[in-house]
Design a protein around this ligand. Structure first.
Ligand SMILES: [Zn+2]
Length: 304
C-alpha cells in the first residue's frame, strides 16, 4: 500500500462518549497498525472492523493516560485481538502495549479482571509486552523493528531526528504532559514512520493536555499534529475551567501547532457542547495556524 493513513476511530471526549469515542489508528506502509488510545468501550474495535482494518495487524497500542474515554476500550481490544487471531491464517504478531509507568499496573489489572488470564503465556502473554513509559526525564522511546520485534530507543536525539531510525519501521516517543484535576500521569505521543522511499513522516498526538507550547520539543515539524480541542472560546465556553482541568481551546491548539511548525493540524477530543459545530473550532484554530486544518468525524481518515 506504500502510504501512511491516520484513521480517526473516534474524535470525542468523556463529555461525549455516547456520540464519539477517543481513539486513532495509524496504518503503516507495511499494513501494521498502531492504535493511540482505545476509546471507552467497543467503539474502536467496531471502527476497525467497519473500515476493514484487521485488528490482528495491531502492532502496538499506545495509551496517553488512563482516563475512561481513552483506556476503557483496552480490555475489549486485547481480548478481541487474542480471539480473532485464533482464526486459521490470522496474523499472530507481537503486541506492544505502552502506557504511562504509573498507570500500567491498574490497566493490566483491568484487563485481567474483565478476562482473567488474558496475559498468561497460553493466552496473549506469549506475544504481548507491557511497556512502562517513563517520560518524566524528557523523552521515552520504542522502536518497532522490521523483524517484528521491538526495542527500547535509549539514544533518542533530543530535538527529534529528521530521518527514521535504522532498522525501525516506526518509533514511538512519549513526553509527559500536564492533565487532570487532580493531575494524573499523562503523555503526548510522537510517531516517526519510515516510508518506502527512505523518507520519514512524523505524527504528534497531544493527548489530553493543558496549554503546552513545548510540544514542538517532542516532535518538531510534524507532518500532522493531532491536538485536543475541548472547548471553543467563540462559543462562550469557560476557557479558564478548560485549562484548570488540563485541557485547551481550539485557539490554543492552533498556537501550539504553529509553535511546533506543524504542516497540518487535526482537532479532536470534541466536547459535547460543540461537537455539532466543528466549523467553529476550525475557524478559531485558523486564527492562529495558517496550515491545513482537519476537524474529522469518527471513521474519517487522512493520508500523509
Ligand atoms: Zn479525554
Amino acid at each position: 500500500m506504500d502510504m501512511l493513513r491516520v484513521t480517526f476511530l473516534g474524535t470525542g471526549s468523556i463529555a461525549d462518549m455516547t456520540r464519539r469515542c477517543a481513539s486513532t489508528a495509524v496504518t503503516l506502509p507495511n499494513g501494521d497498525v498502531i492504535v493511540v488510545d482505545t476509546g471507552a468501550g467497543q467503539e474502536a474495535m467496531f471502527g476497525l472492523r467497519t473500515l476493514g482494518i484487521d485488528p490482528c495487524r495491531v502492532r502496538a497500542i499506545v495509551l496517553t493516560h488512563q482516563h475512561l474515554d481513552h483506556a476503557g476500550g483496552l480490555p475489549f481490544m486485547v481480548t478481541g485481538i487474542r480471539f480473532m487471531s485464533l482464526a486459521p491464517g490470522a496474523p499472530r504478531g507481537r503486541l506492544e502495549i505502552c502506557a504511562p509507568a504509573a498507570a500500567v499496573n491498574g490497566l493490566r489489572v483491568s484487563c485481567d479482571t474483565m478476562y482473567p488470564g488474558i496475559f498468561n503465556p497460553w493466552c496473549l502473554g506469549d506475544r504481548a509486552t507491557w511497556h512502562a513509559c517513563d517520560p518524566q526525564h524528557y523523552l521515552w522511546g520504542l522502536d518497532l523493528l522490521e523483524d517484528g520485534t521491538a526495542a527500547l530507543a535509549t539514544d533518542l536525539a533530543p530535538a527529534g531526528a529528521a530521518e527514521a531510525r535504522p532498522g525501525a519501521i516506526a518509533t514511538i516517543v512519549t513526553m509527559a504532559v500536564a492533565h487532570g484535576s487532580p493531575p494524573l500521569p499523562a503523555q503526548a505521543v510522537r510517531l516517526d514512520v519510515a516510508m518506502p522511499d527512505g523518507t520519514m513522516r512524523r505524527i504528534v498526538f497531544s493527548g489530553d493536555t493543558g496549554p503546552n507550547l513545548d510540544l514542538g520539543k517532542v516532535g518538531p515539524e510534524p507532518d500532522l499534529m493531532v491536538h485536543e480541542a475541548s472547548s471553543v472560546e467563540a462559543l462562550g465556553h469557560d476557557t479558564d475551567a478548560t485549562v484548570t482541568i488540563g485541557h485547551v481551546t481550539a485557539a490554543t491548539a492552533g498556537r501550539v501547532a504553529t509553535r511546533a511548525r506543524a504542516r497540518r493540524l487535526a482537532l479532536h477530543h470534541l466536547g459535547s457542547s460543540w461537537s455539532g459545530n466543528p466549523e467553529a473550532a476550525r475557524t478559531e484554530a485558523a486564527m492562529h495556524f495558517a496550515g491545513e486544518i482537519h476537524v474529522p468525524n469518527d471513521l474519517e481518515s487522512v493520508e500523509i
